[in-house]
Design a protein around this ligand. Structure first.
Ligand code: UDP
Length: 329
């Protein structure tokens, strides 16, 4: 009998790649999404698969799945700074109430659950690189606090279910991840720069571009999550690529990759934008025997080719111009 897995946020960027992976591994996949920031096009190719079913549902409402369940991956959440500025309360709810529902379901079904946490639990880190034992530096009331604090609460709640109910739990602290199926207008730096290059616009670097990020290609991320789920380790594990770069140097790389003739323009640095971010992945290396395999230049080429290959019409659709309309309903 195929194992059954529920994936929340299944129509999102990471969720959809996880659906692909678990279908490939012969799991029965129950995909759940309320499609606020997710896009059904990301999983459309799976609808015909006999082991795949889609539930259009908001996990902040009571979650029920009929039958047995072996695993849950809780990946539902807006995940880009401009999204969580637009929908702050939904962001708080999906990380808190949504997680509560998923943990309750896991307990009911005696399923193992992995939750998607984030490097944002480290806030604007004062320790560099960030290892799992760093407690972080988060502004609870700042604009990003809605995401960061929801994810921090999510971790606490998950550990409480683990300790109090003996639930099998896993916590992945995900660092900036990129690849095909990101939303071109979600505001994050990689789709932003690629979109600008494709449209022939200037590249917008926020601040002086000296802030750093470390970008992980999606296939590496999925492999790390997959290994974590099947490990027996319940403390948080950083999953990311330690190859750190300043945003200004990254913009220059994009100019090289895309051959755009446009220039770099500077915009104000958003409030609480972390100045540095780099995962210490010693724990993942030791426990999961995992480390990223795909270099930024390889991963960025695949990602750029993907966006370049989409038709103009498809690009328009993927811009999610109806975003606000959708969430007001
Ligand atoms: N950024 C930028 N130009 C853009 C979008 C983002 O310079 O058009 C910067 C942003 O200020 C941040 C970094 O790129 O320092 C990564 O931002 P992103 O939104 O991708 O994710 P974050 O890591 O901040 O959650």
């Amino acid at each position: 009998m195929a194992k059954r897995i529920l994936i929340t946020g299944a129509a999102g960027f990471l969720g959809s790649h996880l659906c692909d992976r678990f279908i490939k591994e012969d799991f029965e996949v129950i995909a759940m999404d309320n499609l606020i920031t997710g896009d059904k096009r990301n999983i459309e190719h799976l609808f015909k698969h006999k082991n795949f079913e889609f539930h259009h549902h908001d996990v902040t409402k009571f979650v029920h799945v009929a039958g047995e369940l072996d695993y849950i991956l809780h990946f539902a959440s807006p995940a880009s700074p401009i999204d969580y500025l637009k929908i702050p309360i939904q962001t708080l709810k999906v990380g808190s109430v949504g997680t509560l529902h998923c943990l309750g379901l896991a307990k009911e079904k005696n399923a193992r659950i992995l939750i998607a946490s984030t490097s944002e639990v480290y806030g604007d880190p004062l320790v560099h690189p960030q290892s799992e034992d760093y407690y972080g530096n988060v502004n609870t009331i700042g604009p990003r606090g809605v995401y960061d604090e929801a994810k921090r609460f999510q971790e606490s709640l998950t550990m409480a279910y683990h300790r109090f109910h003996g639930l099998e739990t896993r916590i992945a602290r995900i660092f900036n991840t990129y690849g095909p199926r990101m939303r071109l207008n979600d505001g994050r730096v990689i789709p932003a720069f690629i979109g600008q290059a494709l449209r022939g616009e200037d590249l917008t670097v926020f601040g002086d571009g000296s802030q750093t990020r470390s970008f992980c290609y999606v296939d590496d991320q999925v492999e790390g999550i997959y290994r974590l789920l099947f490990s027996d380790y319940s403390d948080p594990v950083n999953i990311g690529n330690p190859d750190e770069i300043t945003i200004l140097d990254f913009a220059k790389e994009i100019i090289g990759l895309t051959g755009t003739q446009q220039k770099i323009v500077y915009k104000e640095l958003p409030e609480d934008d972390p100045l540095q971010r780099q995962p210490d992945i010693s724990r993942a290396k030791e426990i999961l025997k995992w480390q990223p395999e795909i270099s930024r230049s390889e991963g960025m080429k695949i990602t750029y080719d993907y966006f370049r290959g989409l038709s103009h019409e498809e690009l328009e659709k993927r811009e999610h111009k109806d975003f606000f309309e959708h969430i007001r309903r």
